[in-house]
Design a protein around this ligand. Structure first.
Ligand code: NAD
Ligand SMILES: O=C(O)C(=O)C[C@@H](O)[C@H](O)[C@H](O)COP(=O)(O)O
Ligand code: ZN
Length: 382
């Protein structure tokens, strides 16, 4: 990372956000290049575990093993097992879930075991689900390494995928801590920055028109690497935490955090996990939810066109939407976890910061889908 950028990223002091839930409470620490410092507050309690098992994404482990080990050693934490798992979305499988459970059993891990998820959102989701189910539940810590994981590491949604759809098997299981060091972003690709930005953009849409505007300007004026991540991700996490604290089990308000996701999960599964990332699909799903909001008369169509142009200018793969027939997307959306017997639910916006959940009938969805394809084509040809 260039010197100026390093100074900029370091200039934000360590942030601490507390998550207060009835069943568990924990801290989220955010800083740049401060993993050893973050671990200081945990070294005593972590020594009380009978085993610590670090479960890194294998690609992240290749890149950052040295830095991770150094931070642990500086805190006298030298006794831990390491069980790497495949990089990315492919790790969210029943096979990986079982393989790690077998490893833990073979190592005689007991209930007093701490798992450490070291990687992006995929690693956090599968390790969280392993922690939720191993011996009916053990502690785990999230050590996120992607921009997107500011979302996935917080709130305790854990999951793996099923051949019939995304995140269909999972549990709510909160981490004991989230230690988030943005120096890991030094090795992220542009595609991963783009993916992570989508969830931050989501948090802005759900909360604050001014922040949304500032964030969009910031992303247009800076390179991905020079965005002041600690400051921006802190705002995103605060939005998420306040919703999770009010509705941890997603009975009502937490559904808002699924803004963009009814369509995005269908896009990911329909197009293929290796062809489109979660965040890329979320950005497109948000545009689709905005379009339905406009069709309902909540927001102007002009705003939707502007946002399609914005997302297109950042290189999100809007051209992939048409590669799957509507009927396939529809079938996948029927299986969305928000769906009820009244139909498929979408998170719409009345205004920025005022989301609402509505059941949308197939006829409107089909109409919106065709309109969306038309707008995407117009923007691409402009
Ligand atoms: N539980 C939740 O609340 C929640 C919220 C949002 C997303 N998610 C899930 O998170 C997943 C997406 O997470 P993600 O975008 O972090 O993707 P990811 O974990 O799949 O990582 C993306 C790629 O980046 C690589 N990578 C990770 N950190 C890196 C680093 N520092 N440097 C270089 N490469 C690195 C990984 O090896 C992988 O190839 C999806 O499965 C999504 O469903 C969950
Ligand atoms: O934390 C939440 O609640 C979310 O919905 C966050 C989403 O960004 C995330 O992708 C989540 O995994 C989606 O949840 P799902 O319940 O639709 O699988
Ligand atoms: Zn998401």
């Amino acid at each position: 990372m260039c010197r100026v950028n390093e100074i900029l990223q370091r200039s934000f002091k360590m942030q601490k956000i507390h998550v207060s839930l009835q069943s568990s409470s924990y801290d989220i620490l955010l800083a740049h290049n401060e993993l050893a410092e973050m671990l200081k507050g945990y070294r005593e309690s972590w020594r009380q575990y009978d085993q610590i098992v670090v479960i890194p994404d294998e690609h992240v482990w290749q890149l950052h093993e040295h830095y991770f080990r150094e931070a642990m050693t500086m805190n006298g934490l030298e006794n831990y097992l390491v069980k790497p798992i495949p990089a990315g979305e492919s790790s969210k499988s029943i096979d990986v879930w079982e393989e790690v459970q077998t490893f833990l059993l073979q190592q005689n891990c007991n209930r007093n075991t701490l798992l450490v998820a070291f990687g992006g959102g995929a690693c956090g989701d599968v390790v969280g689900f392993i922690a939720a189910t191993f011996l009916r539940g053990v502690d785990y810590c999230q050590m996120p390494t992607t921009v997107l994981a500011h979302d996935s590491s917080v709130g305790g949604k854990t999951a793996i995928n099923h051949s019939l759809g995304k995140n269909l098997l999972g549990a709510f299981h909160q981490p004991i801590a989230v230690l988030y060091d943005s120096s890991f972003f030094d090795t992220l690709s542009e595609k991963e920055f783009r993916s992570g930005f989508a969830e931050l953009w989501k948090h802005a849409w759900l909360s604050d028109a001014n922040w949304l505007q500032e964030l969009e300007i910031s992303v247009l004026q800076n390179s991905w690497r020079s965005i002041p991540w600690v400051a921006e991700l802190t705002k995103g996490i605060q939005v998420k935490v306040s919703i999770v604290e009010r509705d941890v089990f997603e009975r009502h308000e937490r559904k808002y955090l699924n803004f963009g996701h009814t369509f995005s999960h269908a896009l990911e599964k329909g197009i293929g996990y290796s062809e489109i990332s979660h965040g890329e699909a979320v950005a497109i799903g948000i545009l689709f939810d905005l379009l339905i909001s406009a069709e309902k008369g909540f927001i102007p169509h002009q705003l939707v066109k502007e946002k399609i142009t914005f997302i297109h200018s950042l290189g999100y793969p809007l051209n992939k939407v048409s590669s799957v027939p509507f009927e396939n997307y529809y079938e996948l959306m029927v299986r969305d976890k928000k769906a009820t017997k009244t139909g498929i639910q979408f998170v719409l916006l009345h205004t920025i910061g005022n989301p609402v959940v509505e059941t949308i009938e197939k006829k409107l969805l089909l109409h919106a889908y065709h309109l969306f394809q038309q707008l995407i084509e117009e923007v691409a040809n402009d």
